[in-house]
Design a protein around this ligand. Sequence first.
Ligand SMILES: NC(=O)c1ccc[n+]([C@@H]2O[C@H](COP(=O)([O-])OP(=O)(O)OC[C@H]3O[C@@H](n4cnc5c(N)ncnc54)[C@H](OP(=O)(O)O)[C@@H]3O)[C@@H](O)[C@H]2O)c1
Length: 232
Amino acid sequence: MYTVTPMSEKLAGKRILVVGGARGIGAEIARQAEQAGAEVVVAARAGREVRVDVTDESTIARAADSLGGFDHVISTASAHHDVPVPELEHDRIQAAFAAKVVGPLLLAKHFATRMPAGGSFLFFSGIVGWRPKAGTVVKGTANAALAALVTHLAVELAPLRVNAIAPGITDSGAWDRLPDERRRALYDRASAASLAGRVGTLEDVTDTALWLLGAGWVTGETIHVDGGSRHR
Ligand SMILES: NC(=O)c1ccc[n+]([C@@H]2O[C@H](COP(=O)([O-])OP(=O)(O)OC[C@H]3O[C@@H](n4cnc5c(N)ncnc54)[C@H](OP(=O)(O)O)[C@@H]3O)[C@@H](O)[C@H]2O)c1
């Protein structure tokens, strides 16, 4: 016989670093983890608490040295370069991979050795890695590479766990920079393309993130939180 441990008990007292935690999905994860009793440190490029730019290894090394060990390290960092192939720019391709692929590698390099048993990394991929579309080759490839990366890191860093979430189109605030009409059109298309008939919410993604932090027998996985959009 066993009893299911409530999420709040699994995260209570855990130290969690959220890189990209100043806004969007990262900010919501930070908020909810704190409510569940975790000690949360938010890091951002213009960080008030802690400055981490995952494209700059010295900021990661400094944060690891000064902050010590964490039970869980999360990164939502991304940089987009959504253009047709003839318009690709070398620096922006590199920036996209630096944020999604090299950044997680460097976070693993500097934080894994300081993690206690039961520790984990959680990174953010995205649906476009599984749904190729003209104009998204950089984002799609970086997201797919991250899914491969978590399997490799999970093997090398075991028994630490390493997982990713691949959200579908989510109303996280990130799309608010689009003019209203374009954002509505995007959400309508994404809703029609999902089995759930809607876009994702911060709650959808955060629920999965907090579950993964406590899911002791899940590692090397990319969890698709996309309303079934890959299956249409
Ligand atoms: N929202 C969606 O529809 C959707 C869909 C698929 C995948 N995703 C993925 O889910 C993740 C979170 O998405 P979101 O909607 O919350 O996006 P967001 O609002 O744009 O947040 C991205 C976060 O990453 C941080 N960041 C960017 N570059 C960084 C760097 N070099 N170093 C450190 N932090 C950096 C940003 O911090 P600053 O404040 O420093 O800019 C920001 O907090 C992203 O990886 C995104 O690609 C989202």
